[in-house]
Ligand binder design. Structure first.
Ligand code: SIN
Length: 503
């Protein structure tokens, strides 16, 4: 049995390498593919079957420091920050075309290490690459200002200058898009970068950097370090005066830790943290639209997105009908390994995530919530599969209600009035996304303004786009990504006062 497991694992690793020459086993610092200085490695697994699909360097702060120095040198000495905007834009475009050309390979790598169904992985490559394209275009529009002066002999000039070295710490749920959303903006602004991908999904990140190397970015402009010991590296980024900004997507807990640790240096932080998104269906809603939206919002990436609906609020008149329609659809979802054709739900990413989902459902069960569908692990498929689940009458003290489940669980609460549901939706220290469904135009504008979140989907749940500002309020983060606002995280505004001018 043991022999069989290790044989299958080798086969998987071999298979992935034969699918894609983009699978890398080293990190990239200052234009070189390198091992960890301590020679350590860690393995990357396919969450669907536990097979080892790669090994990458297990780096520590020494390597991170080397990457910081390379990025600093590239910022100061290479022409990167001084290149014309058009030159930076051209390199980003080259990267974009290479990603497009290798999209299927990137999707296969991503699906293998994240468990994401292959169609979703392919969708993420398109979505992620849209940020590279968008910021290639935005690079040429990072304009300063000339502001009318209060005196006749002065000009007030406002310059936008790149921040310097930016450290980009990214999560496993979107192994590509969370990198390009940060890297595209940082590079367009003229910053140099160090990427630290999540330990569960470093292979997609390394493949992306391989393509950036092919695009021809100067040495040291893009660096990537891999590790499964994130805290000491995060600390180095926080404390190093050479790192001028940190952009992080991940849990609120880690975001707060980065905030605290970088406070001494008053470092620029961009934080995209956890959510607890309300999904409100009013009596006037078009239920077909609302049910379709519920499926995509809740089950995309097996519920593992920061903007997944976490609390479903159904108005009493449509409550039962919505649940019946949703249940029929949920029970037809195809579950399995991401590479199998037609699969819509893959495994959860790791044991920690799996245990969390299981514990949250058990907590709701103990608190007398009603399990309408699912509510159990799918051990016949593997160790990390959990059934798509619908639970009603979720009490407000249940973990499913107060915390982000990050799994395929629909938690439902019934409500009577608009006022009641707005209060309930806003009664959270998170404020990333919120969704509501209504055909009443007065209600649409009222509720959109009242929800305390950074992003609102009205009769729509797939709201992410390179063109739109992504980010939250309250403890869901600081700053915005994507859109032209995404650039602001990577530039300093400098005021130049031109005085004693004689006109
Ligand atoms: C996230 O879950 O953090 C990102 C989701 C998205 O970009 O749509």
């Amino acid at each position: 049995m043991l022999y069989c497991k290790s044989f299958c694992q080798k086969l998987n690793l071999h298979r992935l390498r034969s699918i894609s020459s983009l699978v890398q086993t080293k990190a990239f610092i200052d234009g070189n593919w390198v091992k960890a200085q301590n020679n350590e490695e860690f393995e990357v697994f396919n969450p669907a079957n536990g097979a080892v699909i790669g090994s990458v360097p297990n780096m520590d702060p020494k390597d991170a420091n080397q990457a910081v120095h390379a990025a600093k040198k590239a910022f100061e000495l290479s022409e990167w920050s001084k290149m014309t905007a058009k030159e930076r834009s051209s390199l980003l475009k080259k990267w974009y075309y290479l990603i497009e050309k290798n999209a299927d390979e990137l999707a296969s790598i991503m699906s293998a290490e994240s468990g994401k169904p292959i169609n979703e992985a392919r969708g993420e490559v398109t979505y992620g690459n849209a940020f590279v394209e968008w910021f290639a275009e935005e690079a040429r529009r990072i304009c300063g200002e000339v502001v009318p002066s209060p005196t006749k002999d002065r000009e007030i000039i406002v310059l936008k200058q790149p921040l310097g070295v930016a450290a980009l710490i990214t999560p496993w749920n979107f192994p590509m898009a969370m990198i390009t959303r940060k890297a595209g903006a940082a590079l367009a602004a003229g910053c140099t970068i160090i990427i630290k991908p999540a330990e569960d999904t470093p292979l997609t990140a390394l493949a992306l950097v391989k393509l950036a190397e092919q695009a021809g970015f100067p040495n040291g402009v893009i660096n990537i370090i891999t590790t499964n010991k994130a805290a000491p590296i995060g600390e180095l980024f926080c404390k190093s005066p050479d790192v001028k900004g940190i952009s992080f997507t991940g849990s609120t807990e880690v975001g707060k830790w980065l905030f605290r640790n970088s406070s001494d240096g008053i470092k620029r932080l961009s934080l995209e943290l956890g959510g607890n998104a309300p999904f409100i269906v009013f009596n006037s809603a078009n239920l077909e639209i609302a049910v379709n939206a519920a499926l995509s919002c809740k089950f995309r990436n097996c519920g593992q997105t920061c903007i997944s609906a976490n609390r479903f609020f159904l108005q009493e008149e449509i409550h039962d009908k919505f649940i019946n329609l949703l249940k029929q659809r949920v029970e037809t979802l195809k579950i399995g390994e991401g590479s199998e054709p037609g699969v819509q739900i893959g495994p959860l990413i790791n044991t920690m995530q799996f245990n969390k989902v299981n514990a949250f459902v058990e907590d709701a069960r103990l608190k007398n919530a009603n399990i309408i569908s699912g509510g159990k692990p799918l051990t016949n498929l593997g160790n990390l599969f959990y059934s798509p689940t619908i639970i009603t009458d979720v009490p407000v003290n249940a973990k499913l209600y107060t915390e982000e489940v990050f799994g395929p669980v629909v938690s439902i609460v019934k409500f009577k009035t608009e006022e009641e549901v707005i209060n309930a939706a806003n009664n959270s220290n998170r404020g990333l996304a919120g969704y509501f469904f209504s055909e009443n135009i007065q209600q649409v504008f009222r509720v959109a303004k009242l929800l305390e979140v950074g992003m609102v989907g009205v009769n729509e749940a797939l709201i992410s786009a390179a063109e739109a500002p992504f980010g939250g309020v309250k403890e869901s983060g600081i700053g915005r990504e994507g859109c032209h606002h995404g650039i602001d995280e990577y530039v300093e505004i400098k005021y130049v006062c031109m005085g004693n001018l004689k006109y």
